[in-house]
Design a protein around this ligand. Structure first.
Ligand SMILES: Nc1ncnc2c1ncn2[C@@H]1O[C@H](COP(=O)(O)OP(=O)(O)OP(=O)(O)O)[C@@H](O)[C@H]1O
Length: 251
């Protein structure tokens, strides 16, 4: 289990300090799928980065299976089995897709490169020997990043807006793959998303607002709140139509 207790994060920048997270208390259990959702700028990615060690807590504790990881580096946390697929994946110049997946999976791995790329909707033959440079589209980069997380047998896998840039056809396969990862390896999965189809995967939905946890609820409750009206052209309550496939999004 991964547990955050009273976690706060303040970042020192050129224009003074910014308190990005305040008093975060969360428990992520094994084998469960969590979806974190909330308005833009509410702190979802910051929670993910704090779990991964990219941001260091300025208050509170983070415990993974009774090990205190609060002050551990990104590398140490990665070794313990925490993985984070970025919202905007970085480029890895000079590395081919094959090298990158091998690096992610670690030495002596037995990963099936073709299967991994298939799971994210890419054709292995077209991609494996290509260098990960600026010639890749945003959607391609995103899928390769997700494949690198699927390559690892993780305790906690965090996917930051996995749907961004992924077409509708590949999306179906991707959600099945994420759900299978959860069953096959007992991985705790944390998905950051505004999408109804992602929320449908959730055992629990975590609501984030203004750097705090504003609620923990079920997918049923959230989906009730964001269902479209029968006319199919409006969303209820505090939601609007948007996104690439014109879904209802939580404001
Ligand atoms: N390194 C940083 N320096 C300064 N401010 C930061 C930093 N990281 C995050 N913030 C601020 O903290 C707030 C939360 O950002 P975060 O990226 O966590 O939001 P989010 O909920 O993931 O948003 P989105 O849905 O738009 O991706 C924002 O106001 C952001 O500008």
């Amino acid at each position: 289990m991964l547990e955050m207790t009273n976690v706060g994060v303040t970042i020192e920048g050129d224009n003074g300090s910014v308190e990005v997270l305040k008093d975060i208390n969360l428990k992520f259990e094994e084998k469960k799928i969590y979806v974190m959702t909330g308005p833009n700028g509410s702190g979802k990615s910051s929670i993910a980065k704090t779990i991964m060690g990219i941001y260091q807590p300025t208050a509170g504790k983070i415990i993974l299976d009774s090990t205190d990881i609060t002050n551990m580096s990104i590398t140490e946390r990665a070794r313990l089995g925490i993985g984070y697929a970025f919202q905007r994946p970085p480029l890895f110049k000079g590395m081919t897709v094959r090298d990158f997946l091998n690096y992610a999976a670690g030495p002596d791995n037995t990963i099936m490169h073709c299967d991994l790329l298939y799971d994210v909707g890419l054709c292995a033959q077209d991609y494996l020997e290509r260098e990960i440079n600026a010639s890749f589209s945003g959607g391609e980069l995103k899928r390769i990043e997700i494949a690198s997380i699927l390559a690892r047998n993780l305790k906690v896998a965090i996917f930051d807006e996995p749907e961004a840039g992924i077409d509708l056809w590949s999306f179906q396969r991707l959600t099945e793959t994420i759900a299978n990862m959860n069953i096959k390896y007992d991985t705790t999965i944390v998905l950051i998303s505004h999408q109804e189809r992602i929320i449908r995967l959730a055992d629990e939905v975590i609501l984030v607002a203004e750097g705090r946890i504003s609620g923990i609820t079920t997918q049923g409750k959230i989906l009730d709140d964001i269902q479209c009206l029968d006319t199919g052209c409006e969303c209820r309550n505090n939601c609007i139509k948007g996104g690439e496939d014109n879904q209802c999004l939580i404001l």
